[in-house]
Design a protein around this ligand. Sequence first.
Ligand code: C2E
Ligand code: CA
Ligand code: CA
Ligand code: CA
Length: 273
Amino acid sequence: AKANGGNQTAVYDVSYSTELEHRFEIERELRAAIDSGDLRLYLQAQMSTTGSLLGAEALIRWQHPERGLISPAEFIGIAEQTDLIADIGDWVISQALIELSKLPEPLTLAINISPRHFRKYGFVEQVERHLAHSGADASRLILEVTENLFVDNTADIKDKMQALQKRGVAFSIDDFGTGYSSLAYLRKLPLQELKIDKAFVQSIDDPSQRAIIDSIIAIATNLGFRTVAEGVETKAQADYLAGKDKAMVLQGYLFAKPQPTAEFHQRFVNNLN
Ligand code: C2E
Ligand code: CA
Ligand code: CA
Ligand code: CA
């Protein structure tokens, strides 16, 4: 809700307090959902350009007892405003590593880590604890972070990334090119992957958007990083991307939607030879 005139102040106040109440309500319910087991991890397949399964990205869902399945777009932003995101992140890491321990080699699992959670004291130890507990292979774990992580206090961020890299964990820049960071961090930090946001992939017919995709691929290739394209919905998009980089990883509805872990195993894993 936005105030755009003096005599709309009352309207603004009402919707503002409603929004705030809505946020607190979600926060409260979300906190309870962690304990009552109402969060779910869905898996979305990541494919090679030749059509073989390389791994998956874990994407959170909230199975609300009354409102049904809630998308992360509706609650991650709210959770990120407080340390609640760290509690959700802790749950995500623990569940994801259990899932990773069930995925046959050499399949990888990517998880999304919010900047606020990554910056929190003890993050590295938390990942190490879950790795030890699950027995999952650290070298098949990919942490997706956004450029916003690198906007300030990069010394601490770099130390943490290096500590995890020593354990074999890989880092991917999610939504690359959509944030506010400079590109200087790219050669200073231990990175392995750039992820092309679906907004670019889905406007691939627009020459200027295609120029951005081509540039991301060029940066990645020159720095020795792998590229992943998300939001691949059509054969034409997949063909364009594969033509640019045959080592690219493809992810999108063309191959599979994010799905419950049991369905993912049934569809993809049980058929692997
Ligand atoms: P993201 O990390 O950029 O994830 C990609 C989003 O694109 C996912 O939405 C995925 O379901 C969707 N997607 C994948 N392929 C296609 C496609 O072909 N077409 C279309 N239209 N969409 C596609 P989702 O699952 O709703 O997640 C939204 C965002 O929520 C994620 O964006 C990520 O930023 C955040 N998120 C999801 N799970 C987690 C989590 O466990 N932790 C944190 N911190 N954030 C998460
Ligand atoms: Ca992601
Ligand atoms: Ca994202
Ligand atoms: Ca994205």
